[in-house]
Ligand binder design. Structure first.
Ligand code: CAA
Length: 295
């Protein structure tokens, strides 16, 4: 066993020497789709293995979103986007305490204006919001700062009764930088968003549900299984038509009502060009279950 471990370590060292991008410092790293992950766990779930799971896994730092972690999330999302089996993705945090306690403050504290402005710091986070496949955030604990912001980039938010949502950047002498002032305001309205952003104080899962930020709240031990159940339901539909529906709902955040309704109508018309629309309606008429082919 020890010999095997040494051999694997040598192989990994050789790999690291070839490309720094493939550097694998620890044998404990998770591996999925040929990628090695240090800060996240990646797997597939559901009876048909059609749900992509991403678990943020830096529990000692309350899953703070360091550059390495966000880079890995981007890679995992790209893998799931390309995976024909996957119809929906669930994003959650390891442990019970945190979904993510925000951007990594220790990493951020030494950065200068020239660096963050010139390098457009946080611009690579938007990948989560640009994903074609639906993403459900299963918020198991603290979702603060960037943690709340990445949850809001997802399409649906489920929360555990222990979850807390907040934008505490003001206490660090800065403001939300990954959509917190924009997505939160659209989700909960101006008064509550302003209160959260200006006081920095968090709200409970129940308050978040009441405000419309969260669609469902579950006991902690049921959160992820309920998120997977919803993801399986979404994944059972035509992926092509699910993507159209997601795009139409998202358009409502960017367009006037007239533009949005027109956009929706055109996508509705476009669905008539798909085999899955024919199949869905034929199955209803013939009183059988639809067999979608994502075409
Ligand atoms: N960045 C880096 N490390 C963090 C972190 C963060 N955002 N949040 C927590 N940690 C680390 C702590 O430093 C601590 O590490 P050490 O043991 O090495 O000291 C460990 O996680 C545990 O944290 P605490 O001891 O503080 O745990 P607690 O239970 O006492 O408090 C908490 C929990 C209230 C969430 C507290 O950790 C906290 O306030 N965290 C910071 C929250 C925050 O300000 N987030 C916004 C970040 S800025 C941002 O996100 C900008 C943006 O818009 C993208």
């Amino acid at each position: 066993m020890a010999a095997l471990r040494v051999t694997v370590q040598k192989l990994l060292q050789a790999r690291s020497a070839v490309s720094p991008l493939l550097a694998v410092p620890a044998l404990s790293r998770a591996c999925h789709h040929g990628h090695h992950f240090e800060y996240i766990n990646v797997s597939k779930a559901g009876e048909k293995q059609n749900v992509g799971m991403i678990e943020l896994n830096r529990p000692k730092a309350l899953n703070a979103l360091c550059d390495g972690l966000m880079g890995e999330v981007k890679t995992a999302l790209e893998d799931f986007e390309a995976d024909k089996e996957v119809g929906c993705i669930v994003l959650t945090g390891s442990g019970q305490k945190a979904f993510a306690a925000g951007a990594d403050i220790k990493e951020m504290s030494i950065r200068k204006f020239q660096e963050v402005f010139g390098g457009n710091f946080l611009s690579n986070w938007s990948h989560l919001a640009d994903t074609t496949k639906p993403v459900i955030a299963a918020v198991n604990g603290y979702a603060l700062g960037g943690g709340c912001e990445i949850a809001m980039m997802c399409d649906i938010i489920y929360a555990s009764e222990k979850a807390r949502f907040g934008q505490p950047e003001i206490a660090l002498g800065t403001i939300p930088g990954a959509g917190g002032t924009q997505r939160l305001t659209r989700a909960v309205g101006k008064s509550l968003a302003m209160e959260m952003v200006l006081t920095g104080l968090p709200i409970t899962a129940q308050e978040a549900q009441q405000a419309g930020l969260v669609s469902k709240v579950f006991p902690p031990d049921q959160l992820v299984s309920e998120a997977i159940k919803a993801a399986e339901k979404i994944a059972s539909h035509s992926k092509l038509v699910v993507a159209m529906a997601k795009e139409a709902v998202n358009a409502s955040q960017e367009m006037t009502l007239r533009e949005g309704v027109h956009f929706e109508k055109r996508l509705f018309h476009a669905s008539f060009a798909t085999n899955d629309r024919k199949e869905g309606m034929a199955a209803f008429v013939e009183k059988r279950k639809a067999e979608f082919t994502d075409s």
